[in-house]
Ligand binder design. Structure first.
Ligand code: AMP
Ligand code: ZN
Length: 136
């Protein structure tokens, strides 16, 4: 289903033009307008879902095969040296467009980008407590 006021529904449906690098019945993959690196792309499902929590499992199951196809294109055609997959869910996680999408960010030696986080230093006990909380 499409959501009326959703820009990615309009892009995925072809109502708003985009630089499409791959398309099939479920997804449109477009170039990001504010790229982190050359070739930064977004995998956008044609069906609306706000985020990973809402994404139908059968569509979720096809996201990674699609990412793999496009990753091979990026390696072959852009000659990237590596690639980050980034997928934000919720404002706190940096999501700004509330239609599920996965970032594909080709990486190049000396591209100067930093994609990461500050590593914590939990004790074994703290890790155990978190494990219990999640799996309980
Ligand atoms: P996120 O912060 O994970 O929600 O990512 C949203 C991404 O969408 C950002 O990297 C934006 O640069 C990109 N973006 C927003 N509007 C458009 C658009 N119309 N066409 C292409 N990329 C867009
Ligand atoms: Zn949408």
């Amino acid at each position: 289903m499409k959501k009326d006021d959703c820009i990615f529904c309009k892009i995925a449906g072809g109502e708003i033009p985009s630089k499409t690098i791959y398309e099939d019945e479920l997804f449109r993959v477009i170039l990001d307008l504010g790229p982190a690196t050359k070739g930064h792309a977004l995998i956008i499902p044609k069906e609306h879902a706000d985020n990973l929590f809402e994404l139908p499992t059968e569509i979720a199951a096809k996201v990674l095969p699609t990412a793999q196809k496009v990753a091979v294109m990026m390696k072959d055609k852009l000659h990237c040296d590596g690639l980050n997959l980034v997928q934000n869910n919720g404002e706190i996680a940096g999501q700004t467009v509330m239609h599920f999408h996965m970032h594909m960010i080709p990486r190049y030696e000396s591209d100067g980008q930093e994609i990461g986080w500050i590593a914590g230093k939990p004790s074994q006990e703290e890790l155990e407590a978190i494990k219990e909380q999640i799996t309980d």
